[in-house]
Structure formats: C-alpha cells, structure tokens
Design a protein around this ligand. Structure first.
Ligand SMILES: Nc1ncnc2c1ncn2[C@@H]1O[C@H](COP(=O)(O)OP(=O)(O)O)[C@@H](O)[C@H]1O
Ligand SMILES: [Mg+2]
Length: 271
C-alpha cells in the first residue's frame, strides 16, 4: 500500500534514501529529508551539487534511481503521469529560468494554469488573476507583455502564476539570482507574505546567504549530492564544520584554492 492518511504533524514532503544517477554520474547520494508543513525550508549548497535535481524529484519531473519520494502521505515516485496530476496541481514551481511565455500578455500567462486545471468562467478567471497580481504588487501590468517588464517584475509575475491554483507547496529555484539586493529583498518579502497569507509550505533553493537566513525555518545543506547538515538556522550558525562555515561566509575551500593555484601559468613562479 502506498497511501496512508497524513497526520497534520507529518512532514508534507519526505525523501527517503534518494539516489539519482544520470548514466554513470551519481548526482544525489542517499538523500533523506523531511519538509515540515507551513514552514520555509531553505536548501543551500555550491553550484552543481544537485539542488535543482532534488527539487525536480518533489514534483516527479525526475524519478529517483533508488529511494522514495513522499508527498502528503502518498508515495509519488513511481506514479504514472496521469496519477501525478492531482499532486502537481497542489505544487507551485518557480523555475530557475522563471520562464514566462513571451508571446502572451501578463494576464494570459497567469491565467494559463486556470485554463489547464479548472472550469472557472472568464469572469472568475479574471478575478483570480487580479487577486494574485495585487498580491505581488503589479496590478497595473495586467495587459502588458513580459518583454516590457524588468527582471524583478518578471519574477513577480511568475510567482503570481505559481500561486494562482492556491498551492499547498511552492518550490522556488534561486528566486533572487540575477536580481540586485533591493529587488531580491522584494522577492523575499513576497515569499514571506505568501507564507503568512496563504499558509503555504515553501522550499527555497538559494546560494544567497542573506536570503537564506531571512527566510529559513529549517535549512538543508547539500554538498556533492549529499545532505551534510539539516536543522534550524542556528544549527548552521553554530556549526564548526569548516565546509559549512566557509560556505556561509562565501569563502573558497582549500581544494578550490589549490585548483586555482594549480591552473596558474608557470611563468609567474619561474620569472
Ligand atoms: N537531466 C540531466 N541529465 C544529466 N545530468 C544532469 C541533468 N540535470 C542535472 N544534471 C547534472 O547534475 C548535477 C547537478 O545539477 P543541478 O541540480 O542543476 O545543480 P545545482 O545545485 O546547481 O542546482 C550537475 O552536474 C548537472 O550537470
Ligand atoms: Mg540549480
């Protein structure tokens, strides 16, 4: 039996001993995580360590090579595409590339999931679109085209689209990457506001430590496809593990420094 009634204090999402390989390349190694309901879990770790791959397992866009993925008391990793529809409907995903359809207006972009997943009338759809646009503070852009908006505004439109179906879980893949600090903070404030107003559970991938500590109720650090620490933010601040401390401070590791030294042209040392 793959389904059990989920108690309210059960984690919303669980990964159990998940391994993911692409060919002979192992990207996730024995990843076991719990994501509590109604809280923000932040996933950090160096570029290429498997953060986006991990997120895609939660919506079953990728399937594990080994291990289990659970959503709200149901094991989802082996479900068919059609059996996944009711689960995916509950999950808003803000992709790393925040892709809006450039040929559609803001209104059409945000309305799209409603056309796919609901039988609401045109009037009801427009009301919902206006609601979420208000929520992200961009009511005036209803009839504009994405190409006329700034990078930060486009992220906010993508966020409005991600919440239009009233998800129970929102996945954010590097929502502030490429934005200046002020625009980043606008996105962070929006993430916090959505949590408060919609009671959603959020999972945020970021390598911006200011955002991470601002948002996190829980943090998970991945390194080379393994979870090296998970817990409340204090656990990270107090950790004496040099790998974690260097990452939090944005410092290169000895191995990285060594690689750079090794790559330096010889002429410098022999001159
Ligand atoms: N579909 C795929 N096929 C093969 N390799 C992949 C695929 N997706 C990701 N990878 C590899 O998995 C590793 C982790 O990628 P990713 O999760 O995107 O890293 P990040 O932590 O920066 O988000 C990278 O080496 C990437 O090249
Ligand atoms: Mg990524």
């Amino acid at each position: 039996m793959t389904t059990s009634p989920a108690a309210p204090d059960e984690p919303l999402v669980r990964l159990v001993h998940v391994e993911k390989s692409f060919g002979s390349r192992r990207v996730l190694r024995d990843v076991t995580i719990d994501v509590p309901r109604g809280r923000a879990t932040v996933i950090i770790g160096p570029s290429g360590c498997g953060k986006s791959v991990l997120l895609k397992h939660i919506v079953a866009l990728l399937r594990p090579t080994r291990g289990e993925v659970w959503f709200d008391g149901t094991r989802i990793d082996a479900l068919s595409e059609s059996a996944l529809v009711p689960f995916r409907r509950q999950i808003g995903f803000l992709f790393q590339q925040g892709a809006l359809f450039d040929s559609m207006s803001v209104r059409e972009n945000i309305e799209f999931p409603l056309l796919e997943h609901t039988t609401l009338s045109a009037k009801q759809r427009l009301d919902r679109v206006r609601d979420v646009l208000d929520m992200v503070g961009l009511a005036a852009t209803l009839d504009q085209m994405p190409g006329d908006l700034s990078g930060g505004q486009r992220k906010r439109i993508a966020l409005a689209r991600a919440v239009i179906l009233h998800p129970t879980l929102i996945l954010y893949d590097e929502p502030t990457t490429g934005l200046d600090p002020i625009r980043s903070d606008v996105i962070n404030e929006l993430i916090l506001k959505l949590e408060r107003e919609l009671g959603v559970t959020s999972i945020i991938v970021t390598h911006d430590m200011i955002s991470a500590f601002k948002l996190a109720d829980r943090m998970i650090m991945l390194h080379q496809g393994r979870v090296i620490l998970q817990g409340p933010p204090e656990t990270f601040r107090q950790s004496t593990d040099p790998l974690i401390q260097r990452f939090l401070l944005g410092e290169a590791t000895e191995a990285e420094l060594e690689a750079i030294r090794g790559a330096r042209p010889r002429t410098e040392t022999t001159a």
